[in-house]
Design a protein around this ligand. Structure first.
Ligand code: GRF
Length: 216
């Protein structure tokens, strides 16, 4: 089995990146984390990746004076240089243009800390509490041109408790993020989850058996 060379794109602490690295340490896992790219030189996750001897690169968006496509071309060059097959966005805080989205169509996934299509964008936990939802969670999806949109691969749900604050809720959601992201990468890298229009199908043309994951 050839493992899919996967790049993880981060902006900060990289705990989801860490979960992907841990999962990919198992030899049978269908993806290897071959590269970590950050758009901020001070992204904490870079140190963590280096500790695992994973190649790292910084492509600082500030060097491109607002030219988003030039920034993405630079990222794409690094991805090509490292012969990357799949890209996993993990707390990568840049809105992508159609340039990078189209270049990696069906091969780029993202994790969002909410049960999409609810609560796209930022401050998802605050907004979930404000709306009084009883169920919240996280979603891994293929990346499409719209922000926090695209075919859903897997979702994990957590209950919202009466005394939750944005921080306690975020911590509960983060735990489930660390479970569903490796699972989603496994499904995509093994070819079991593929984009079919607005949905994700398995390689037999049936719905992928991804399901809802609850905390154990
Ligand atoms: C996660 O909650 C992720 O869902 C969101 O940003 C956060 C990144 O956390 N997109 P980390 O850097 O993976 O720890």
């Amino acid at each position: 089995m050839s493992r899919k060379r996967t790049a993880v794109l981060i902006s900060g602490r990289g705990s989801n990146m860490g979960a992907l690295i841990s999962a990919a340490m198992v030899p049978a896992f269908p993806a290897e984390i071959a590269l970590v790219i950050a758009n901020r030189p001070d992204a904490k996750g870079l140190e963590r990746a280096a500790e695992f001897n994973i190649a790292t690169a910084v492509v600082d968006h500030k060097d491109f004076s607002g030219d988003r496509e030039a920034f993405e071309r630079a990222i794409n060059d690094v991805l090509k240089e490292h012969k990357i097959d799949l890209v996993a966005l993990a707390g990568f805080m840049r809105i992508l243009t159609p340039y990078l989205v189209n270049a990696w169509s069906g091969r780029m996934i993202n994790i969002h800390p909410a049960l999409l299509p609810s609560f796209k964008g930022l401050a998802t936990h605050e907004r979930a509490l404000d709306e009084g939802v009883k169920l919240h969670g996280a979603t891994v999806h293929f990346v499409s041109a719209e922000m926090d949109d695209g075919p859903i691969i897997i979702q994990g749900a957590v209950p919202v408790l009466d005394h939750d604050t944005p921080d306690t809720l975020a911590a509960r959601v983060l735990e489930i993020e660390h479970k569903i992201y490796p699972k989603a990468l496994e499904l995509v890298a093994s070819g079991k989850a593929k984009v079919a229009g607005t949905r994700v199908l398995s390689d037999t043309g049936q719905e992928a058996d991804t399901g809802l994951i609850w905390p154990q």
